[in-house]
Design a protein around this ligand. Sequence first.
Ligand code: GUN
Length: 279
Amino acid sequence: MAKIIDGKRISAEVKDECKERVKREQLDITLAVIQVGNDPASTVYVGNKKKACEYIGIHSLAYELPEKTSEKELLELVEKLNKDDEVHGILVQLPLPEHIDEDKVIRKISPKKDVDGFHPQSVGALSIGQAGFVSCTPAGIVQLLKRSGVETEGKECVIVGRSNIVGKPMALLMLRENATVTVCHSRTKNLKEVTKRADILIVAIGKPKFITAAYVKEGAVVIDVGIHRNENNKLCGDVDFDSVAPLASAITPVPGGVGPMTIAMLMNNCVEAKGIQEA
Ligand code: GUN
C-alpha cells in the first residue's frame, strides 16, 4: 500500500516557515487580490487566499469588481498597483468575464509583482533556468516531492496534461530537478504505455478517476492535480485512488494532497516578491 503524501501537513509547514520569516525579518508585505464578477468557486479561492495572508501576517487588499467592469478599467487598476510601492504582489483571479482578454491583463502585471507566475516573462525565465516567479501549483508539487523524500534525479517523470498553469511549468520544473520528462495530452497515442514508464506520474487532465491501476507502474509515485465532485457529492481527483494506491509507492489524496500547496506557494511567492522589490 502506498505512503500517503500529506499535502495538508506539508502546506502547513511551508506556511509556518513563511510566517516565521515575516516575523523574524519584520517584513511589511501587501498582496492585492482582484476578483471581477462573482463566480462562486473564485469567491471561495479568493477567501482562502485572504485567510492565508492573515495567518502569515501579510496585508491583503481586496478588489471585488462588478462583472461589467471594462478591460480598460481593470488594466488601469493593475497599472496603478504596479506603480504603488506599498503593494508587493498582484493577483488577478481567473477566469475573467468573457469581454476581458486574460492574456492582456496578465501581461500588464509587473513581472516583479507577478506572484502567480503567469506573466510570459516569468514563464520565459523558468524555461531558460533564470530567476522568476513560478506558477504555484507546480511549485507546490516540487515541494511535496522534496519534503516526502522522493528522489527526482534521473527518474522517468510523465506528466499528463499540458496547460499553461500546470502541465507546461511542471515539465520545466521537473527538468530543473534533473528528471527525464515526458508530457502527454489528449492526442497522445497509447497513453497507458507511456504512463506505465513513469517513476513519477503527475496527472492534471481534469477528468474524474481517469487514471486507474492499468496506467501505473508498480512502485510509482503518483501526484493527482485534479479535483471534482462525484455523483455522491464527494471530492475525487483525476486518479482512481482506490485502484492505484495499492500499486503505487506514494500517492497524493484528494482532498488534502496538491490542493493546499497552491496557496502555501502563493504565500511563499509574496515573501519572495518583497525581497525582490527591496533589493
Ligand atoms: N483560478 C484558478 N486557479 C488560479 C490561480 O492559481 N491563480 C489565479 N489568479 N486564478 C486562478
